[in-house]
Design a protein around this ligand. Structure first.
Ligand SMILES: Cc1cc2nc3c(=O)[nH]c(=O)nc-3n(C[C@H](O)[C@H](O)[C@H](O)COP(=O)(O)OP(=O)(O)OC[C@H]3O[C@@H](n4cnc5c(N)ncnc54)[C@H](O)[C@@H]3O)c2cc1C
Length: 425
């Protein structure tokens, strides 16, 4: 018989928290979720379909790689996952070119990473293996991927952790959920409620206290929720904002060895897909440039006239003075420069827009985690269930695609599994 008297408080109603809650509640445990926002989903952040013409995503959007947990959950929820296709283009400041999926330098890069016996930072790796001017293009491409895609800092990012991405074309199988990631969150939240989970929105946790083997989870409004164990799923920068008992605080210090990157994401809906008029660009899925907002993508295979701008990595700090309207303006300027069009012409075509610098989001303080050479050891330590305060969330995922929804769901599942094993009741 499961032990119904065991009460778990989960801090955070993102993908990890909801997944852990559902598993624990279905196994008969009492579960309460405390969520600071007035909505579930965290870094999954649906935007109004009435504005964008479809359920757009201001946060997570793509399903990366095989993502078995995500796909299984989507099937359960009756949501389809659609593989996306289209060409990748780049703009070098003067001309557009269709990117070759296999770059000429791939073989040199593969040979060098294959030969690695110990981990080192990406910056050090490039210094040791590709220092000369003849490797400038390779260095630029690697740095652009590490910063732009992984939102990571090459000076700290682990080369071994990124090896699979380079070797196996890790970004190859990309897909989107029909109806966006919001549908998955709605499904999980409904499942939780059905199993008796109490979801408290607007509940900002400020401290966790331990008294005589019981745990008290204190919220900003002064309310204290008593429980047996607490699972913290907040993004890494927010961990430091919660007062923890001494042992948990010591353990949480391991999070300093896990990188956490930032992203600026901009969505612009236009009256029409004007970029189709440029010869050859009708099949454009991704467009890479060196403009202020450097990466853009379309909704292919959907035909919605929406361009999404993306800027990731440490460089985003240079735009930290801009508010959402300033970011939208920067996006329009970048498109004007790339397509050699008057900015007014592009701006007049915008019918809906959204921009988020995720470092400014008070309950995320950035976008997602990435690995340093010390991250795997830190994750092992954080994932250990050796006290009343447990840690979960995308940053604890030890598989290949850290920093994803898959990572969050898998981590939540893992935490619930450990609890159900360890404390059978
Ligand atoms: C712009 C952007 C684009 C992304 N794109 C993709 C993508 O295309 N594909 C993909 O797979 N992943 C993507 N990701 C990453 C993905 O969104 C995250 O890895 C995943 O959603 C994290 O889930 P989580 O449950 O670990 O954390 P979160 O979703 O952050 O959940 C944690 C919850 O804790 C809450 N919280 C914080 N502090 C407190 C507190 N003190 N008290 C109570 N609650 C608190 C937060 O409000 C939040 O709801 C993207 C992320 C961003 C920001």
């Amino acid at each position: 018989m499961p032990d119904n008297s065991q009460h778990f408080v989960i801090v955070g109603a993102g993908a990890a928290g909801l997944m852990a809650a559902r598993e624990l509640a279905r196994a008969g445990r009492r579960v309460t979720i405390l969520e600071a926002r007035e909505r579930c989903g965290g870094r999954i952040c649906p935007l109004p379909a009435s504005e964008f013409g479809y359920a757009a995503d201001g946060g997570a959007e793509f399903v990366h790689g095989e993502a078995p947990v995500t796909r299984r959950l989507a099937r359960e929820a009756g949501l389809s996952v659609r593989t996306i296709g289209g060409a990748q283009w780049s703009f070098d400041g003067t001309t557009f070119s269709r990117e070759n999926p296999r770059e000429p330098y791939d073989e040199r890069l593969h040979a060098a990473v294959k030969g690695l016996t110990e981990d080192l930072t990406v910056a050090e790796f490039l210094r040791r293996h590709f220092a000369g001017p003849e490797h400038a293009r390779l260095r630029h491409a690697v740095e652009r991927m590490v910063e732009g895609y992984d939102a990571a800092d090459p000076a700290r990012a682990s080369t071994l952790a990124l090896r699979d991405e380079w070797m196996n074309d890790g970004h190859a199988i990309q897909a989107r959920l029909d109806g966006g990631y919001g549908g998955l969150i709605e499904f999980l939240a409904a499942e939780c409620r059905k199993s008796g989970v109490g979801i408290h929105l607007g509940a900002l946790v400020t401290a966790i206290e331990e008294v005589d083997g019981r745990v008290g989870v204190r919220c900003a409004d002064g309310e204290v929720h008593g429980c047996d164990r607490v699972i913290l799923t907040v993004p890494l920068p927010l961990l430091r904002k919660i007062a923890l008992p001494a042992a948990a605080r010591e353990k949480a210090a391991a999070a300093d060895d896990i990188g956490f990157g930032n992203v600026i994401k901009i969505l612009l809906r236009f009256t029409r897909p004007w970029w189709h008029e440029r010869e050859g660009l009708a099949d454009m899925l991704f467009l890479l440039s060196d403009e202020t907002i450097p990466v853009w993508w379309t909704r292919l295979p959907d035909q919605h006239p929406v361009l999404t701008g993306w800027f990731g990595g440490p460089g985003t700090a240079e735009l930290s003075h801009l508010d959402p309207q300033g970011l939208i303006d920067a996006g329009v300027d970048s498109l004007a420069a790339i397509f050699s069009l008057p900015r007014g012409e592009i701006a007049r075509g915008v019918v809906a827009a959204s921009a988020t610098n995720w470092a400014h989001d008070q309950f995320a303080r950035g976008a997602y985690s990435w690995a340093t050479p010390r991250t795997r050891a830190a994750q092992e330590r954080l994932a250990r269930a050796d006290g009343p305060v447990l840690f979960s969330g995308e940053a604890l995922y030890r598989g290949r695609d850290m920093g994803t929804v898959e990572a969050a769901l898998a981590s939540g599942l893992e935490t619930a599994g450990i609890i159900l094993q360890r404390w059978r009741g």
